[in-house]
Ligand binder design. Structure first.
Ligand SMILES: [Fe+2]
Length: 418
């Protein structure tokens, strides 16, 4: 079936075209429709289906990115409506005038949303059976159930999230840690790096942590990945941005505000110098770290950052300074041997002085440490989380509450920073 004449582009928003709902329905209905529900047909039985997701990324007060894959190349769109009622808008991705199509990976931005509002979305995707220069032939369509999410309230006085890290391709660990966390009451999840050992198979991010996330929360609440050094390794590392969409701009590092809490995500790069043999001349992380520091300098000057009541920094590799040695001599001397830790210590810690950071959350060392604020070096506490614990962080009028729980449910830390 040829749909060229049935799709009417009605309205252009900044990152998505809204297609008139009636025409979108027509687009999803070939002459002999075989609409199926993805959730009802997970095995597919040879039919066109959603294979991973949907999962939410880059949630802001006015938008969110819906990410998913299909079993074959198709044309995918996302329908969105206000909770339970209201008109349906159909959003697609557009780049350089071309509507995204003939692909299996999809990341569709829903924008022009209202803050503090319940929405529902569903995927409608149609297989493309052949894509000739002057004739596109569509096939079977798939429609998912509606999934609910809520846009953040800029006036909110509390924000809560779960953070965990160093899962290293163990989805059962990821599941167990998530199941011990209050996923119903938090706003989102941050994966603070090294969710994979190195990226070698296209299915790996799904198998390692994305499918588990979709199963437990990610259709309704977003996650972000604060990339670790291991996720920069492997022959597919340069394709990770097809899976992870932390910001609408497409960067891994970024800055979120949720109510009166500001969250900075930094992208650590590698642990060894760029010139190390194992990178084979293909690493340029020194310049990338400096790029982030220049960006962060502007963020710190921004109204949103200055107005925030709470400020959290997330970074996989902990920054180190030799003056921290009295806090934990063995830990600090070990970190001083690694270029990544030392470089972040040199370029980041001086910048963050006097910026009233409440807490920095890091990872990477595979051992748990709480480094209390150290005046003139790091004027804020640094948590180094281990590889078998997750934490819930609640920012509210009482301060920043942190509860760290390990895989067995044992509480490792339960404290408030104010
Ligand atoms: Fe790491």
């Amino acid at each position: 079936m040829n749909l060229r004449n049935t799709i009417a582009v009605a309205l252009l928003c900044s990152a998505a075209i809204v297609v008139a709902a009636r025409d979108a329905r027509a687009a999803a209905a070939p002459s002999a429709p075989r609409d199926i529900t993805a959730a009802d047909n997970p095995a597919g039985n040879g039919t066109y289906r959603i294979t991973h997701g949907p999962y939410l990324q880059g949630l802001t007060a006015d938008g969110v990115t819906v990410v998913f894959t299909t079993s074959e190349r198709g044309f995918s769109r996302v329908e969105v409506r206000r909770g339970g009622t209201g008109g349906i808008r159909t959003c697609v991705s557009v780049k350089d005038g071309l509507v995204a199509a003939y692909d299996t990976a999809n990341a569709i931005r829903l924008d022009s949303l209202e803050a503090a509002t319940e929405y529902e979305y569903r995927i409608v995707s149609t297989r493309i059976d052949s894509f000739e220069p002057y004739r596109v032939t569509y096939g079977e369509s798939v429609t998912t159930p509606w999934y609910a999410f809520r846009t953040p309230d800029p006036a909110a006085r509390s924000f809560s999230f779960v953070a965990m890290n160093d899962i290293h391709d163990t989805p059962e660990k990821c599941r167990r840690l998530l199941e011990n966390q209050p996923l119903d009451s938090i706003d989102m999840v941050f994966y603070v790096g090294d969710m994979m050992n190195y990226f070698e198979r296209p299915e790996q991010p799904y198998e390692s942590f994305i499918d588990v996330s979709v199963d437990l929360f990610a259709r309704h609440k977003p996650f972000a990945v604060v990339r670790g050094n291991h996720e920069t390794r492997g022959r597919l590392a340069r394709t990770y941005d097809r899976y992870i969409h932390n910001t609408p701009e497409g960067r891994y590092y970024g800055f979120y505000t949720f109510g009166d809490t500001a969250v900075v995500m930094l992208d650590c790069g590698e642990d060894k110098p760029d010139s190390h043999d194992v990178y084979a001349g293909l690493a340029a992380f020194d310049a990338y770290r400096l790029e982030q520091v220049r960006w962060l300098r502007e963020v710190i000057r921004s109204r949103e950052f200055r107005r925030a009541r709470h400020r959290i920094v997330l970074l996989h590799i902990p920054p180190v300074d030799e003056r921290m040695a009295p806090q934990d001599e063995a830990l600090v001397s070990g970190m001083m041997e690694w270029h990544g830790n030392v470089h972040w210590g040199e370029i980041l810690l001086p910048l963050l002085g006097r910026t009233h950071i409440d807490l920095m959350i890091t990872a990477h060392q595979h051992s748990f440490h709480l480094l209390p604020a150290m005046k003139g070096v790091h004027d804020f506490p640094i948590i180094i989380n281990d590889n078998r614990s997750a934490m819930t962080v609640r920012c509210d009028g009482g301060g920043v509450h942190v509860k760290v729980t390990d895989m067995d449910g044992t509480v490792k830390l339960d404290t408030t920073f104010d």
